[in-house]
Every structure is written in C-alpha cells, then in structure tokens.
Design a protein around this ligand. Structure first.
Ligand code: PCA
Length: 212
C-alpha cells in the first residue's frame, strides 16, 4: 500500500498546542484513496525540522507529502503556492535561533512551487463547504523553511508535495480576541478531502483572484 506523509509542528510562540499536529495525529493510520496516512511531528526549529523531515521521507517513502502548519490569524485552509529560499524569523524558534535574511539552501534556487494541484484542492474544499484559499506566501519562518526544504529534497522525484497553513483551534482563539478558528473535526474532514484530491485530482485552471 502507498503511504501519505503528513507532518505537523510542535507548539511554538507560547501556545500550548499546535493545530497542525492535532490534525496530523488525528489522521494517522487512516486509509485515503487506498493510501495509508503516516503522521510525523516536526520541531519548530530551523535546521532540525528538516533533518526530522528527511528521516521521515527515508522511512515512509511516501507517494504524497502534505506539510501543515499553524497560521494564527488566518481564517481558512490556505494552500501555499510557493516556498522561498529565505529564513527571516520574526521570533526565535523553539531552540532560540532567529536567523535574518539567510538562505534555506545556499545552493538552491530562489523559490519552488507546490507540486500539489492547489486550485483543484481549493475548489473541492469550497464545493464541500469548507473555507479555503490559495496563499501566495508561507512567510519566512519555520513553515516556509520546511516547505522549501521539502520541495528541494523531492525535486524531480515525481512525489507531489506541498504545504497548507491552518487557523487556530477554538481553544487557542479564546486567548486571541478577534482571531478566527476552525474546530478540529472540521479540519480533519477537510484535510481528508485535500489528500484525496491531491492523490486523485488534476490541477484546474481558474483565474487569479477567484481562489485567493
Ligand atoms: N507555524 C509556523 C511554524 C510552525 C507552525 O506551525 C510558521 O507559520 O512558520
């Protein structure tokens, strides 16, 4: 049976939980479109997160990879279009490092695109009633670092891979007045659809602005 690798992050920035890990864990062991989901947690640490990802890729040998991270303040499932070759941290990572304007990979190109059918995924999510959009930036913190490292490592291997940001869970939003949130069961159901569409769907053409 094929494997799907889904990664989530440990909590960071003073939070007690990270919705991306709650989500990944909830899907661990499920079979979606005849592929088994394997969840792996990544540290919110520059460098070490990519070593852990590398280990997971070697061990799981996935047919599809979806990396997920928390984007507090966003209000929907954001399918990231592009990873850039920059580490520029607003806050220290969980090991205390705060790189400024450093490359993720000194020998790498400026950017990589997601190799997931992001517009087809967003369209499928919206048709099923879930809030979703195409995002043009994954930021410059550890999420973008992992997204870039993932695309760099898998380039040319024919394994679709990409990154999705998700909002806070309701229990986190309670500490952030005005911030949007989505319940875990909604995130889990929506992500099943993301994975199914990524495995079975084809990219669609839709005009810029319609999905972001
Ligand atoms: N979100 C952070 C890093 C870990 C996470 O869940 C980010 O957006 O970079």
């Amino acid at each position: 049976m094929k494997n799907i690798l889904i990664t989530g992050f440990e909590p960071f920035g003073g939070e007690a939980i990270n919705p991306s890990w709650e989500l990944a864990q909830a899907l661990h062991g499920e079979v979606i479109a005849e592929a088994r989901v394997v969840a792996v947690q990544l540290p919110c640490v520059f460098g070490e997160s990519l070593q852990r990802l590398d280990d997971a890729l070697t061990r799981v040998r996935p047919a599809l990879v979806l990396a997920v991270g928390q984007a507090g303040g966003r209000c929907d499932l954001s399918l990231e279009r592009v990873a850039i070759n920059v580490d520029d941290a607003r806050i220290p990572d969980n090991a205390g490092a705060q790189p400024v304007d450093e490359p993720v990979a000194a020998d790498g190109p400026a950017a990589y695109f997601s190799t997931l059918p992001i517009k087809a995924i967003v369209a499928a999510l919206r048709a099923a009633g879930y809030p979703a959009s195409v995002s043009q930036t994954a930021g410059t913190f550890v999420c973008n670092h992992v997204f870039y490292g993932l695309q760099h490592r898998l380039m040319g291997q024919g394994v679709p891979s990409g990154f999705m940001h998700i909002p806070y869970l309701p229990q986190q939003a309670a500490h952030h007045p005005g911030a949007a949130s989505l319940p875990l069961d909604t995130l889990v159901a929506a992500t099943r659809l993301v994975l199914k569409t990524a495995l079975t769907g084809q990219e669609i053409r839709m005009a810029a602005g319609q999905l972001d």
